[in-house]
Design a protein around this ligand. Structure first.
Ligand code: ADP
Ligand code: MG
Length: 450
């Protein structure tokens, strides 16, 4: 019969009893694992041959049993048991067993993997250091000077800081500099991008979870980033994207200074300095009901506004010098032509210093002498199509399709420049463009091939 063949081909030991407790089926693997002969057991009441067999109880209590350890006649194995139902009535029960060696092997493997994960997590955490200090923050115009002054004061206290400013304007830099200048400098600086995780994952990342809190959770449980940032600083980037449910939990941690793991009961005190950042108008999100007002006020005890690059164009030469100073072409220090500097200064830089950096890196890759000319700059910067200028000569004689394609390409590049050059940056760019990440990658492939 087909079912006999099926049972036979299962790689675990299988034994089936009927509602009277009589053994009706076993496979060869079962005899190998337990050492029982087929003739000895088949057709006989299980309790006669295997006294204490819990499978018989399954017939009466209908309970599943998993991971039951058995040691009988020198054989050790692990058994899972379950009743078999037909139309709501128990008509038998099945037991599936694995030899102990196999289970031990699997446990060993699991152990090794868990150690690896733990090691990787430690490596990851030790990489979470802050690199920037106030000395690395270049410029002082457009209000930057005042922001730096307040930020330096913020380093002496542990109240939460809220950094607002456009993408690429230097918020993360400020967060790192504050941490470095604070008494927490020898402790962890842990950045979390609140937009990069789905809700459930972010909760477990932040707070950790207890043993067996949910399916697929690491069996040993896991400590969260709050724990890792103990006595250090937690940088909540793009905090405006934090889901409302998590905002409630964050607020509680800030109020009580204690965290509780998912699935846990014990609370643990943590001493974490929070620095949050957003490129959104957070107060507007409060008014729209997307961000909790109480959390907003808690986060912005010290509010630092980081000016955008276009509001501090006077800082441009110093920034350009700073970014290009370590580069040489033909052993000569890079110099930027007056014309190129003028072009740089006349751009709008929606992606701020990050975009400026990218534009200069592009130019540095294009140069063949040490002089950086306008022609080396990326097309979008050279032609200042931010947004596309409709009077532009180059477009009046191209087909509509070409024009649309160029416009699309420029806009994609412009949006990409506003985010990190990473997968999560691409995710955010795709979200902003309202296309899927796959579509974005396809478009990029086309752009860079063409
Ligand atoms: N004032 C500045 N001086 C020097 N580099 C800056 C400055 N502001 C930003 N940068 C550089 O620009 C890039 C983006 O800065 P980042 O702090 O990540 O911006 P944000 O967090 O606001 O998106 C980083 O490479 C950073 O080093
Ligand atoms: Mg950032």
């Amino acid at each position: 019969m087909l079912e006999d063949h099926i049972i036979e081909s299962i790689q675990d030991g299988v034994l089936v009893i009927n509602e009277e407790g009589i053994v009706v089926k076993i496979n060869t693997e079962y005899t190998l694992i337990t050492g029982v002969e087929r003739e000895e057991i088949l057709g006989r009441p299980l309790s006669d041959v295997r006294p204490n067999a819990q499978l018989v109880q399954t017939l009466t209590d209908g309970k599943k049993r998993t991971g039951v350890f058995r040691k009988l006649q020198g054989r050790e194995y692990v058994v899972d048991m379950a009743p078999i139902y037909e139309e709501g009535k128990i008509i038998g029960a099945v037991s599936v067993c694995k030899g102990k060696d196999e289970v031990v092997e699997l446990l060993d493997l699991l152990n090794v993997q868990q150690k690896r994960i733990q090691h990787l997590e430690e490596v990851l955490h030790s990489n979470y250091r802050s690199n920037y200090t106030f000395e690395n923050i270049i410029g002082n115009q457009g209000g930057l000077k005042g922001t730096i002054a307040v930020a330096k004061k913020a380093a002496n206290v542990t109240f939460p800081v809220l950094l607002t400013g456009e993408s690429g304007s230097g918020k993360e830099m400020f967060a790192q500099a504050i941490h470095q200048a604070s008494q927490r400098t020898n402790r962890a600086f842990i950045p979390v991008n609140c937009a990069a995780f789905p809700k459930e994952l972010m909760e477990s990342e932040l707070f950790g979870y207890e043993t067996g809190a949910f399916t697929h959770a690491n069996k040993m449980g896991k400590s969260g980033l709050f724990q890792a940032a103990h006595e250090g600083t937690l940088f909540l980037d793009e905090v405006g994207e934090m889901p409302l449910e998590l905002q409630v939990k964050l607020l509680r941690v800030l109020q009580e200074g204690k965290i509780r793991k998912i699935g846990g009961v014990k609370e643990k005190e943590v001493d974490v300095r929070i620095i949050a950042a957003t490129n959104q108008n957070l107060y507007e999100r409060v008014q729209k009901g997307l961000f909790r007002e109480d959390l907003y006020y808690r986060l912005c005890v010290i509010h630092l506004k980081v000016p955008s690059l276009r509001d501090r164009k006077e800082d441009l030469p110093e920034l350009v010098e700073h970014i290009s100073k370590n580069y040489t072409v033909n052993d000569r220090k890079v110099v930027v032509s007056r014309e190129a500097m003028r072009t740089l200064a006349s751009n709008a830089w929606p992606g701020n210093v990050r975009e400026l950096k990218n534009a200069l890196y592009y130019a540095l890759s294009m140069m063949t002498t040490h002089e950086l000319e306008v022609s080396h700059l990326p097309e979008a910067v050279r032609t200042q199509k931010q947004p596309i200028s409709h009077s532009s000569q180059t477009h009046t004689d191209s087909s509509l399709a070409d024009y649309v394609q160029i416009a699309e390409q420029q806009y994609i590049e412009q949006v990409l420049n506003q985010f990190e050059d990473s997968y999560s940056g691409k995710q955010q760019a795709a979200q902003k463009l309202e296309i899927s990440v796959a579509t974005l990658y396809n478009k990029l492939k086309r752009i860079y091939k063409g």
